[in-house]
Design a protein around this ligand. Sequence first.
Ligand SMILES: C[S@@+](CC[C@H](N)C(=O)[O-])C[C@H]1O[C@@H](n2cnc3c(N)ncnc32)[C@H](O)[C@@H]1O
Length: 205
Amino acid sequence: MLLSPQAERNWEDLCSVLEDVLEDQSHRQLFALELGSGTGQHVIRFAQKIPFVTWQPSDIKDDSRESIKAYIAATKAESVLQPVHLDASEPWEKWAGLSRSSCDVIIAINLLQYSSFKTAQGVFSGAGEILKQNGLLITYGVYAVNGIISPDSNEHLDEELRKMNPEWGLPDIDVLRQQAFGNGLRLERMIEMEDYYKCLIFRKL
Ligand SMILES: C[S@@+](CC[C@H](N)C(=O)[O-])C[C@H]1O[C@@H](n2cnc3c(N)ncnc32)[C@H](O)[C@@H]1O
């Protein structure tokens, strides 16, 4: 089981956001896809706190999927499906056999700043196909706003990310909004989180 200290710190706040945005649908069973699940810590906690959702974790990396499997086994989580290989930069037809309009929620935590623009494009075009009407795409991370990165700590993080991989870095919210619009989604809410992180809530129209 891999352990991310950041996931351990932020899962509770993320859970509160999910509980808030999904509250009005708690009378029915929902299906949620997590992109770039990483260790599996988030999906396990979400499943424990939000029982009316079936969770489908996914990741591009083998060691992440192994860790997610270990968390599922250790916690005996019944509403978390076995993780699937999913490369979000690929066209939705290659998204682990998920069918069109099959998801109520897609969540991507700290994925966009750690991946190329092609992945961001894949996330929005995939979400445009896989989400049901009125379904939600939720992205959590740090962002540029109209080309400006602030405060200094975020500027520093952007530099570090670009040093690790020139294709990584803080995505611009306005660019994401355009990607969303081009794929039938609307940026509905921006929620300020700790340490200048934000949750962006997009709705499929
Ligand atoms: C910074 S980690 C975040 C992990 C987890 N969501 C968290 O917040 O703890 C980014 C994750 O995205 C995955 N990833 C990177 N590119 C991806 C892609 N194109 N499709 C799917 N997953 C990807 C990585 O393997 C990694 O597990």
